[in-house]
Design a protein around this ligand. Structure first.
Ligand code: ZN
Length: 190
């Protein structure tokens, strides 16, 4: 009788202690929550809104790709390369900047232009899901690969115009506004 009373007392004390520890454990967590916010506020002084990326930062619009045509288009002043990864492959913003153009020209080419202080990047033939005025951060999803407009197979036979399932790629042009010249995008990622 006496022993079981002691055991009961011990059990009650242990449970109380456990509850006390749990409460203690809970309290600091609740108090700790605002701390990270305060730290991040300190890390970014008010008024100092540095961009996450520099205007000169550049990436290709694909994670993985094949070069389907090297630099071409000098003759019409639009030197570019063609990259392909397959129909529907996700396309990512090559630069941080603003969408300037999302249109379809008279040849039914879809055209997306993204621009910042350093570069104007033009992509063609894809399905683009961003609109003029949209601010973009490098790497943002901007659409998917397609064959819209003047696309051809490797034999030069039109794909999109004939409703053929081929010619999927991105025509990628980069104008370096510092030099006023079109540059090979591959040179920017080497
Ligand atoms: Zn091209």
């Amino acid at each position: 009788m006496h022993r079981s009373y002691l055991m009961t007392l011990a059990a009650v004390m242990w449970l109380s202690l456990a509850a006390f520890i749990l409460v203690l454990d809970g309290e600091p967590q609740r108090e700790a929550l605002p701390a990270p916010a305060a730290e991040s506020t300190q890390a970014q002084p008010a008024g100092d809104e540095r961009p996450a990326t520099a205007p000169g930062d550049f990436r290709l619009p694909y994670d993985q790709y094949l070069i389907t045509q090297g630099v071409h288009g000098y003759e019409y002043g639009h030197a570019a390369i063609d990259l392909g990864a397959g129909e529907g492959a996700p396309l990512y913003a090559p630069i941080s900047g603003t969408v300037i153009v999302n249109t379809v020209d008279e040849l039914q080419n879809t055209i997306l232009v993204i621009e910042n202080q350093r570069y104007a990047v033009t992509l063609m033939h894809g399905i683009y899901t961003v609109a003029p005025g949209d601010p973009l951060t490098i790497g943002d999803l901007i659409g998917s690969e397609s064959n819209q407009g003047n696309t051809q197979d490797y034999d030069g036979v039109p794909c999109f115009y004939y409703g053929r399932d081929c010619g999927y790629h991105t025509h990628l042009n980069v104008l370096d506004k510092m030099s006023g010249q079109n540059v090979n995008p591959l040179d920017l990622v080497r």
